[in-house]
Design a binder for this molecule. Structure first.
Ligand code: NOJ
Length: 637
């Protein structure tokens, strides 16, 4: 069976493989195939499973489907259960195509088909295999590495990260074992909210480079097998956007103003960043901005808004981006007439979801059905990921068929270090995901306090890392999380977050430039030597946390992340989980594939559950216990 491997995706190799199999006694084929596939599935160390987890198993199933007896194999429940999604669906589709291609009366051919039929059938298989090879459905269990361009790597030496810096370091991201990157905004922007105030949706801000740099980044990412997800900001733009400037110039009552929310008097809505959500312009009118005054909200009831964004989507999809992360995806539409909030319903700063008149409105779903059609018109279909900061029962409505592919699961971001809360939150998320798409596990991003600081220790942050990576579905890692970076206490005069001035909340501490080298020159390798100072000051102790320092330490958080990502490939995304908490605060998530995540969240060491420990977030004493603030992955027969 020498043809097993990546070449299986090409029809020539598939054909060679089939021919090899054809030499076997027909009666022995199903049993032989079944044996091969079971070995493949049972052997967690199998190179192919590790490197091409879903696609290789699916390709195997496709080959099975093209052989007499293949149907029996796919009908075998144990075999089907072991096939991760989307492999199972794609294999079934291929089987249907083959059934039609090989049998005029629509029945599965029970004997070897004629060469002509077989060629046609193989062409169908090759088509589906191409989809598999292209990785459609990659997002279901991908690890997505979030890059905050300002702080990742500065190639041009101006003290701010840029696209060329990212491209140079993509090998590092691929080497972690991530499947995709998500870039927060790099489009043209005055940077009032560090890119979330866009003045040109289809250009790169000169701070980060130009479109050619973006194209080079995408090409390099794809070369490395990384998908590229970019941020899109449809709730608001920049006050410097030409359409907002035209609205200001055109005056009250003009069609230009109808693209935004202008009114003669403000309502009582607060801005998410603190203060009122309205700013007055010189002619006396007010405009709505749910975030900073530099971020006017688009009016999605204006018929020109949706087509405007259709073009933005196509622009980036045509440039090869694989998916979009949709900023404030649960915003966009406001209650008609913009009524006041009841006085007891005014939300706290940083809580858009508390404003029920400006979030989670029914009309927004129409936008995503429209975007679905656009995303699906590409080959392979592009992925739509929503920032939907709502409880799971409401968030899951955004991933109904025909809408978005994924939403972030914010419940873990908000959860404190508490076994009962994690158990409840995890179970709730999985329950709501059952009928939609797998959960996107996340604990860090560019808006929240870094976990070592939030939970109070590096050990807990490492345990949380193994938790999100050990649950079925996709996981999002924020740059520096793999290094265990703590929150930095940026001095008040150096803080840049617009929310800081308005509400006293500063998100600067999680946005400090990454340390690449142990040596401080060039801001620990973030910039070239002799560059301008970094846009946010970097702490003195940054060197030991750097990539370079951690590379050579097998106990480092970087080494732990790499090990987890390598092993994670073995865990089917379609697993269900049985959650529990023991009396001594051990959180257990038992997966159907025979794998358990155990997190000791109490004050004392606890007995390890049954099974072989394949990875732990900290040292184990070897006496069968799990120390406090430690997570372990266990495999059992
Ligand atoms: C959510 C983004 O993650 C955050 O950084 C930004 O400030 C707001 N949306 C407004 O665009």
């Amino acid at each position: 069976m020498s043809t097993w491997g990546p070449g299986l995706f090409s029809s020539d190799s598939a054909q060679d493989f089939l021919e090899e199999l054809a030499e076997l006694d027909p009666a022995a084929r199903p049993a032989e195939l079944s044996k091969i596939f079971r070995e493949l599935l049972d052997d967690p160390g199998s190179l192919m499973r590790t490197v091409f987890p879903e696609t290789v198993v699916a390709a195997a199933a496709l080959v099975a489907a093209s052989l007499p007896g293949g149907q029996d194999l796919l009908d075998d429940e144990a075999f089907a259960a072991a096939l991760p999604e989307p492999a199972r669906h794609l294999a079934a589709d291929a089987l249907r195509a083959l059934t039609v291609a090989t049998s005029p009366d629509g029945h599965w051919a029970t004997s070897w088909v004629s060469p002509a039929d077989r060629d046609e059938a193989l062409a169908e298989v090759a088509g589906v295999a191409a989809i598999l090879g292209s990785g459609a459905g990659w997002w279901r269990d991908a690890v997505v590495y979030q890059i905050y361009p300002r702080s990742f790597a500065d190639a041009d030496g101006d003290g701010v990260g840029d696209l060329a810096g990212i491209t140079e370091r993509l090998g590092y991201v691929a080497g972690l074992g991530a499947g995709a990157i998500w870039l927060t905004p790099f489009q043209r922007s005055p940077q009032a909210d560090h890119g979330y105030d866009v003045s040109d949706y289809t250009d790169v801000d000169p701070l980060f480079g130009e479109l050619a740099d973006f194209d080079a980044l995408v090409a390099r990412a794809h070369e490395l097998g990384l998908k590229v997800v970019i941020d899109i900001v449809p709730n608001h733009c920049s006050d410097q956007h030409p359409l907002f400037q035209a609205a200001l110039a055109a005056g009250p009552g003009s069609p230009e103003r109808a693209r935004f929310h202008f009114a003669d008097a403000p309502n009582n809505w607060p801005s998410v960043f603190g203060g009122p959500a309205w700013t007055q312009v010189p002619d006396g009118q007010w405009y709505l901005h749910l975030y900073a005054p530099e971020q006017p909200d688009w009016n999605w009831r204006d018929p020109r808004t949706a087509p405007f964004f259709d073009d933005v989507l196509r622009f980036w999809f045509d440039r090869g981006v694989d998916g979009l992360r949709i900023d404030v995806a649960y915003g966009l539409f406001k209650a008609p007439g913009l009524p006041d909030l009841a006085p007891d319903q005014i939300p706290e700063p940083m809580r858009l979801r508390g404003n029920t008149l400006a979030s989670d409105r029914e009309e927004v779903h129409e936008v995503y059905r429209r975007w679905r059609v656009i995303a699906d018109s590409y080959d392979p279909p592009r992925t739509l990921i929503g920032e939907v900061n709502l409880p799971p029962d409401r968030a899951s409505r955004f991933v109904r068929p025909g809408e978005l592919d994924q939403v972030f699961a914010f419940a873990f971001v908000a959860a404190p270090w508490d076994a009962d809360v994690w158990c409840e939150v995890g179970a709730d998320l999985l329950t709501h995901a059952r009928t939609t798409s797998p959960v996107t596990w996340v604990v860090e991003n560019h808006d929240v306090v870094r976990r070592p600081t939030r939970y109070g220790s590096a050990a807990r942050a490492r345990a949380a890392l193994l938790t999100i990576l050990g649950l079925p579905g996709a996981a999002y890692l924020y740059q520096g999380q793999e290094l265990g970076l703590p929150e930095v206490d940026v001095s008040p005069e150096a803080r840049q977050d617009p929310a800081w001035i308005r509400s006293g909340v500063s998100r600067d501490g999680c946005r400090v430039p990454l340390p690449w080298t142990a040596d401080p020159s060039g801001t620990y390798g973030f910039s070239p030597v002799g560059a301008a100072p970094p846009w946010l000051p970097v702490p003195d102790h940054w060197g030991p946390l750097s990539v370079e320092a951690q590379e050579s330490d097998p106990e480092s958080t970087l080494a732990l992340t790499r090990a987890a990502l390598r092993l994670r490939h073995l865990l089917p995304a379609a697993d269900t989980v049985d959650w529990s908490v023991t009396e001594d605060r051990l959180l257990l998530a038992r997966r159907t594939s025979g794998f358990t995540l155990a997190v000791a969240m109490g004050d004392t060491a606890v007995p390890l559950p049954a099974g072989e420990v394949v990875l732990a977030s900290g040292p184990l004493p070897g006496d069968g216990t799990l120390p406090p603030d430690t997570a372990a992955w266990l495999r059992h027969a």
